[in-house]
Write a protein that binds this ligand. Structure first.
Ligand code: T3D
Length: 265
């Protein structure tokens, strides 16, 4: 059953998606890709959902592609078409995560390898348990980093570290990943999910329009010069300033009360 490979917990204002192939360190099969896509589509369709939390069941977060998945095997002993797997599964996943109009929080609970690292890179906020580790496994099996890693990594940790890490395939411990700026923060394993859920609860009480606009603006900035970005911010602020959340936020400030923001528009 597709549903079992991704567990979905619906909480007030956010959803927790748990990759659920613990025996194989939650590595991706075609089945798990389809389950995750369905879960993300449902989260987007639910206007009360203002954040998504992704984590892994068991001792791993995600070990990338399941190298034994029959879906990637070619027929008649031919070499598999890995480009097709990317086109069909990984690239749509990364695009979906970036296009979702709500923050994606990633709680990395154990080892992340290959596309499992890319999944975290494509999230908006990454929190790691102290025992988590990150491996650019690709070079060890004759591949290059994919699922956006060659684009996102240098932007997050700088080109020198990104290149050396990808070329060596070394494993980074959580503390090192935090020092390099790969993750937002490292917390004790026992407190990881509580910390990530507390953040999602904050997002659930925040302005959904604001969260979506902030996420999009950082992505747009990647392709813009300062001038174009200043114009973009002006236009977006004009739009947000006419919205119900700005009216509520300012009214709440004036009345010295907490703002009450609704679901996503
Ligand atoms: O379509 C395409 O292929 C293109 C897209 C590529 C995207 C990618 O992600 S390519 C990179 C694929 N991932 C890897 O190469 C990582 C492979 N795994 C590892 O190197 C190690 O498992 C880890 C370093 C992640 C963890 O090591 P360790 O010692 O903690 O655990 P383990 O004993 O190696 O793994 C536990 C089980 O999970 C084991 O199964 P078993 O023997 O108990 O039945 C192992 O085979 C399985 N497992 C771990 N990773 C994968 C996997 N099975 C299939 N595919 C995996 N990627």
């Amino acid at each position: 059953m597709d549903a079992a490979t991704v567990l979905v917990d619906i909480r007030p204002g956010y959803r927790v998606l748990t990759l659920n192939r613990p025996d194989k360190l939650n590595s991706f099969t075609g089945v798990m890709h389809r389950a995750l896509k369905a879960a993300l589509d449902e989260a987007e369709a639910d206007k009360s959902c203002k954040a998504v939390l992704i984590t892994g069941a068991g001792r791993g977060f995600c070990a990338g592609q399941d190298l034994a998945d029959p879906e990637i095997a070619a027929e008649d002993g031919d070499a598999p078409d890995l480009g097709e797997t990317l086109e069909k599964n990984y690239n749509p996943l990364i695009r979906k995560l970036r296009a979702l109009p709500l923050p994606v929080v990633c709680a990395v609970n154990g080892v992340a390898a290959g596309a499992g690292v890319s999944l975290a890179l494509a999230s908006d906020v990454v929190i790691a348990g102290r025992s988590a580790s990150f491996g650019q496994a690709f070079v060890k099996i004759g591949l290059l980093p994919d699922s956006g890693a060659t684009y996102l990594l240098p932007r997050l940790i700088g080109p020198a570290r990104a290149r050396a890490w990808a070329l060596t395939g070394d494993t980074l411990k959580a503390d090192q990943a935090e020092a390099w700026g790969l993750v937002h923060k490292v917390v004790d394993d026992a407190g990881l999910i509580a910390e990530a859920e507390a953040l999602c609860q904050r997002f659930a009480g925040s302005s959904a329009s604001s969260l979506a606009a902030i996420k999009r603006a950082f992505d747009i900035a990647d392709g813009n010069g300062l001038d174009a970005q200043l114009d973009y911010e002006r236009d977006e602020q004009r739009r947000l300033g006419r919205g119900r959340d700005y009216a509520e936020g300012v009214a709440a400030f004036m009345e010295k009360r907490k703002p009450v923001f609704g679901g996503r528009p």
